[in-house]
Design a protein around this ligand. Structure first.
Ligand code: URA
Length: 230
């Protein structure tokens, strides 16, 4: 098995910086194969490392499903207010690379949000080529006209200011002022813009499904770790 420097293991997994690792080792927080580590530059097998008595967290990578509540942005820009990373363990944001969201939801949108430090997953799950279905429950200011079902499905629907038509989307009218939309792409404010272009305003938006993932069993703000896909 590959061997890595202790300071690299600690910084890669978000415990501390490489320069701080020396202090962690000195103060006896790091053990290797049951022995107190002596040198932060020592090369060791990751599976033998214990930090504060615990194995290294998720060496295979983080994949988390968050039930995003309203009021949190997906960006790390502090000027935009509270962000979804504040709802997750701080250490994940110090990993290298840090965790990021798989696509974005607007501040007022709720529902399924995946968070990972694995860039390949972000690529795979956000590219329209992979056709990952995203399902949104929408509350509108008026009843949608049934003609929108065919318009959304047409593959010719152009959003304001864009040259490429939206890929076919499935629209289901689920009740008074309520609809369900399934998309396989994720353009900026896409659901709101699709309805807005037809004279309807989205009053609330909840992503109930992303691929195979749903918020079932998770209250807003709750999250769970998922196994890394192969
Ligand atoms: N479409 C939107 O308009 N907003 C979201 O947050 C997600 C999809």
């Amino acid at each position: 098995m590959a061997r890595h420097r202790i300071d690299q293991i600690l910084s890669r997994h978000g415990y501390c910086s490489r320069s701080e690792a020396r202090g962690w080792v000195k103060s006896g927080r790091v053990f290797v194969a049951g022995e107190r580590a002596r040198d932060s530059g020592e090369r060791v097998e990751l599976t033998e490392v214990r930090i504060d008595g615990e194995p290294v967290e998720r060496p295979e990578g983080i994949l988390c499903l968050l039930h995003k509540p309203a009021g949190f942005v997906c960006s790390r820009d502090e000027r935009e207010g509270a962000n979804v990373f504040d709802l997750l363990p701080e250490r994940w944001s110090h990993r290298n690379p840090p965790v990021t969201t798989v696509g974005r939801l607007d501040k007022d949108t709720t529902g399924v949000l995946l968070v990972t430090d694995e860039g390949g997953l972000v690529q795979r799950w956000t590219s329209p080529r992979h056709k990952v279905p995203k399902v949104y429950e929408v509350v509108l200011d008026r009843d949608p006209d049934p003609s929108l079902v065919d318009l959304f499905a047409s593959g010719t629907f152009l959003l304001n200011g864009e040259e490429d038509p939206c890929l076919p989307a499935r629209l289901e009218i689920t009740g008074p002022c309520a609809a369900r939309v399934e998309l396989i792409e994720g353009r900026y404010h896409q659901v709101k813009r699709m309805f807005h272009s037809q004279g309807l305003e989205v009053l609330s938006l909840h992503r109930s499904r992303f691929g195979e993932f749903t918020t079932d069993g998770l209250a807003p703000g709750e999250w769970k770790l998922l196994p890394m896909p192969s």
